[in-house]
Design a protein around this ligand. Structure first.
Ligand SMILES: Cc1cc2nc3c(=O)[nH]c(=O)nc-3n(C[C@H](O)[C@H](O)[C@H](O)COP(=O)(O)OP(=O)(O)OC[C@H]3O[C@@H](n4cnc5c(N)ncnc54)[C@H](O)[C@@H]3O)c2cc1C
Length: 302
């Protein structure tokens, strides 16, 4: 979708929203898949209520992009614009065991910064790409931990009330790759409470997690991490592997040889290729195991 109306373009500039026309989302997603639309970059959180009012008044639908590492975006000209926060400097401010972090902060850099200040707990998330906002939305987790356990407060824009609000951690429920945020809530900042640990100890935890990832995931290839959520007590990767589906392809979309729940873009895969592969694998798992798989990857399909 293109924002061409000069009145809207002028208003965007006035509220300090940068308009990047005709942005290819393939370049902004870790899968390297996705069509073209206008990207609206938000430099000041306070402009969100005005921006959303402007988009609603002009019937311009939108999606919200973090680091693009858990997304499968449709092909071609997309029927919505994409909003993204611009990362401020600094994006992490420490106060004792509390870290106030901007949602646009890079998750890995935030973890390393806190580690250097002897704050740990998040070692399992090292190697999870994307932003802190995306990690909050998805309740990112790995190796027995999840970000939600450390959340004490979230500042967010709530479309329902059309304003910026603050939620305490105990007002939010964090479950396996699921949170109680409304689908159109936008996370702006978070306060995390992190346990004190010596840097050396955190570094050793990070080294172990990095090693586990390197030995089990196709890190050099374009992916969105796990495609499906694990059903309670079961491993989707194991099921797909047992069905002999590693290496299964639709065009350049391929079930990874290394981790069967990672589907990779081995060249020029389209969203259509990837979606066909996903539904093919889902059907085969359903047929053999009677398990209905839920996507972990977020699909924005036109
Ligand atoms: C190699 C690889 C390994 C991975 N390993 C893991 C893992 O171990 N554990 C794990 O949990 N995930 C993993 N992932 C998936 C992914 O990195 C995480 O889900 C990550 O937290 C997504 O963050 P993002 O900023 O990239 O979000 P995006 O992909 O940009 O967006 C994901 C969803 O979050 C929403 N969103 C993003 N930012 C905000 C915001 N500020 N406010 C509101 N909504 C927002 C988007 O609208 C979208 O619905 C992996 C991915 C890759 C490529």
């Amino acid at each position: 979708m293109r924002v061409r109306d000069p009145g809207i373009v002028a208003k965007l500039a006035e509220i300090r929203v940068e308009l990047r026309q005709g942005t290819a989302l393939a370049g902004l997603t870790s899968l390297g898949i996705g069509g073209t639309t206008d990207l609206l970059r938000i430099k000041n959180h306070k402009s969100l209520p005005d921006l959303l009012k402007l988009l609603d008044a002009n019937h311009i639908p939108h999606e919200f992009l973090g680091g693009g590492s858990n997304l499968l975006v449709g092909d071609g000209e997309l029927p919505w614009v994409v909003l993204q926060l611009v990362r401020p400097e600094p994006d992490v401010v420490l106060d004792g065991n509390f870290a106030q972090v901007d949602a646009a902060a890079d998750l890995g850099r935030m973890i390393t910064f806190c580690a250097k200040n002897n704050l740990g707990g998040m070692e399992g998330l090292i190697g999870v790409p994307g932003t802190v906002g995306g990690a909050l939305r998805m309740n990112a987790g790995a190796y027995g931990m999840q970000i939600g356990s450390y959340v004490r407060e979230v500042q967010l824009y709530r479309a329902a009330g059309r304003k910026i609000e603050v939620l305490r951690g105990d007002q939010i429920s964090f479950e396996y790759r699921h949170t109680s945020f409304a689908p159109d809530d936008m996370m702006l900042t978070v306060i995390l409470e992190l346990p004190s640990k010596p840097f050396k100890v955190i570094l050793e935890g990070i080294r172990i997690c990095n090693e586990k990832r390197r030995s089990s995931q196709p890190l050099g290839q374009k992916s969105a991490g796990c495609i499906f959520k694990n059903p309670p007590g079961a491993s989707v990767g194991r099921m797909i592997d047992e069905l002999g589906l590693k290496g299964l392809c639709v065009g350049d979309a391929r079930v990874s040889d290394r981790h069967a729940n990672f589907f990779v873009n081995a060249g020029h895969a389209s969203a259509r290729d990837m979606l066909t592969l996903i539904s093919d694998v889902r059907e085969r798992v359903q047929k053999t195991y009677g398990v209905s798989l839920e996507n972990e990857v977020v699909v924005w399909n036109a």
